[in-house]
Design a protein around this ligand. Structure first.
Ligand code: ADP
Ligand code: ASP
Ligand code: MG
Length: 403
C-alpha cells in the first residue's frame, strides 16, 4: 500500500463531467489498495472571475476579504469532488485547507506555510477514506483564512506530500508534462522526461506557470520528488528531482513572462545606502523585485530600473514615488508594456557563449533587448511585449530545435 498525493488543476475540474472523470480516476487508484489524498483547485477560471468581481467593488481589494472570497473557489471543488467520489461508492472526507492543518503567516494573497499538522488527514486515511483537500488556502494567525499565491494548489500538494511522507506526489494538469516551452505557444515544444529542481524553479519563476515557483522551492527544500502529468491522457509525464549537473542539457527550456512591469527612477544621488532604502521599502511590503539595473553614475547621480510583477505595479509605483521623493530623485516612470524571455538549463554552467547566442538569436528576429539578467543556469531578457512571441520562437529555434 502506498500513500499517494494527487493534485488536479482548475482546467482538469472545469465542468461537472470533468470532476466525475477525475473522481473515477482517484477511486481506481484507491481500489488498488492505496491511500489517496486529492488536492483540488478552483474550477476553470473561477479564481480569475472572483478577482475581477472584487475589483468591481473595490479599486484595490483588501487582502483579508480578498482571501475570504478566493478561498470559496476551492471549497466548491472540494465539495463536488467528495460528492462525486461518494457517488462511486467510496467514502470521502473533504477539508478546506484551513481544517487540513495548514498553518500560514498573515501575508494575505501570498501567505507562506509555517507549519503543517497532518494528524486529521492521517486519521481519515487510516479509516479507509479518500481525503480531499482544498488547495491554495491555509489558516493564518488568529484563525484568519489566507491564500498561498496564484497557482498555490501546487504548493498545498507538495507540502502535504512532504509532511505525510507520501510515496508519490503527482501534479495533474491540462498538458502531458513540462515541455521545452509552453506547448500552447510553441507547437513544436518537446516533453521533458526528467528535470532538476533548479531548472523547474527557474522555469516557474520566469513565467512557465505549469508549476508554482514556491511549490518547487518547497519540493527542493524537503526533497519531494514529484511528477507532472496529463489528467486525461496516459503517459509518464515529467519527473522533477535532484539531478547532477553533467546530466543536463545546455538549455533545457525557454519561457516567457508577460506579467512584468518596469519601474525607473531617474537621477538618484549616487551614494551608499540609496538602493538599500528603496529595495528595503519594497521588500517590507512583500513586493518581489526581479531584475535590477543601475547605470554608471554621472555627476554623482544614477538611474535605477527594476522589474516587478504586473499585479504589484500600482503598489510598487506609489512606494517608489514616496521613497524617491525623500531621496531627492528627479522622476519615476513605469512601463507595463514589457515581457521577459528566458532560457534555462543546468548545463549552461559548463558552456560559455550561451549568452552571445541568445542575443544573436533575438537580434536576427529583429528584437531589441532592454534589460538583461543572468544566473548560473538562466539568461533573461526584457523586450517589448509585442515582441514576446517572436522572441520565444527565436530562442526555442536556436537552443532546442537546432539540437
Ligand atoms: P492547472 O490549472 O492544472 O494548475 P496551469 O494553467 O496553472 O494548470 O498550468 C498549465 C499550463 O501551463 C499549460 O496549459 C501551459 O499552457 C502552461 N505552460 C507554460 N509553460 C509550460 C511548459 N514549459 N510546459 C508545460 N506547460 C507550460
Ligand atoms: N485557484 C488558484 C489559482 O487560480 C490556485 C491554483 O489553481 O493553484 O491561482
Ligand atoms: Mg496551476
Amino acid at each position: 500500500m502506498a500513500l499517494i498525493v494527487q493534485k488536479f488543476g482548475g482546467s482538469s475540474l472545469a465542468t461537472a463531467e470533468k470532476i466525475k472523470k477525475v473522481a473515477a480516476r482517484v477511486v481506481a487508484v484507491k481500489r488498488q489498495n492505496h491511500q489517496v489524498v486529492v488536492v483540488v483547485s478552483a474550477m476553470g477560471k473561477t479564481t480569475d472571475n472572483l478577482i475581477a468581481l472584487a475589483r468591481q467593488v473595490h479599486h484595490q481589494p483588501p487582502g483579508r476579504e480578498l482571501d475570504l472570497l478566493l478561498a470559496t473557489g476551492e471549497m466548491v471543488s472540494v465539495a463536488l469532488m467528495s460528492m462525486a467520489i461518494e457517488e462511486l461508492g467510496e467514502e470521502a472526507e473533504g477539508f478546506p485547507g484551513y481544517f487540513a492543518g495548514i498553518k500560514t503567516d498573515s501575508v494575505h494573497t501570498k501567505a507562506r506555510i509555517m507549519k503543517i499538522d497532518p494528524a486529521r488527514i492521517r486519521k481519515e486515511l487510516e479509516a479507509g477514506k479518500i481525503v480531499v483537500v482544498a488547495g491554495f488556502q491555509g489558516l493564518g494567525p488568529e484563525n484568519i483564512i489566507t491564500t498561498l499565491g496564484r497557482g498555490g494548489s501546487d504548493l498545498t500538494a507538495i507540502a502535504l506530500a512532504a509532511s505525510l511522507k507520501a510515496d508519490l506526489c503527482e501534479i495533474y494538469t491540462d498538458v502531458p508534462g513540462v515541455f521545452t516551452a509552453d506547448p500552447h505557444r510553441i507547437p513544436g515544444a518537446r516533453l521533458i522526461r526528467c528535470l532538476a529542481y533548479e531548472e523547474m524553479l527557474e522555469m516557474a519563476s520566469t513565467g512557465a506557470k505549469v508549476m508554482q515557483s514556491r511549490a518547487v522551492e518547497f519540493a527542493k527544500k524537503y526533497q519531494v520528488v514529484f511528477s507532472v502529468k496529463s489528467t486525461f491522457e496516459e503517459g509518464e509525464g515529467t519527473m522533477v528531482k535532484e539531478i547532477e549537473v553533467q546530466e543536463g542539457a545546455v538549455v533545457s527550456s525557454v519561457s516567457v513572462d508577460e506579467n512584468q512591469a518596469k519601474i525607473s527612477v531617474f537621477r538618484v544621488p549616487d551614494r551608499p545606502g540609496i538602493a538599500a532604502k528603496l529595495f528595503q521599502a519594497l521588500g517590507s511590503e512583500n513586493i518581489n523585485v526581479d531584475m535590477i539595473v543601475q547605470n554608471v553614475g554621472r555627476d554623482n547621480h544614477a538611474d535605477i530600473s527594476f522589474t516587478v510583477n504586473l499585479t504589484d505595479l500600482e503598489k510598487a509605483l506609489s512606494l517608489t514615488r514616496e521613497v524617491a521623493g525623500c531621496l531627492g530623485a528627479e522622476r519615476v516612470s513605469a512601463d507595463d508594456d514589457i515581457a521577459k524571455v528566458s532560457i534555462i538549463g543546468i548545463g549552461m554552467m559548463n558552456h560559455p557563449g550561451v549568452a552571445g547566442r541568445m542575443f544573436q538569436a533575438l537580434a536576427r528576429a529583429g528584437v531589441n533587448i532592454e534589460m538583461i539578467s543572468t544566473s548560473e543556469i538562466k539568461i533573461s531578457c526584457v523586450v517589448r511585449r509585442a515582441d514576446a512571441q517572436k522572441s520565444l520562437e527565436a530562442a526555442h529555434r536556436e537552443f532546442i530545435e537546432k539540437n
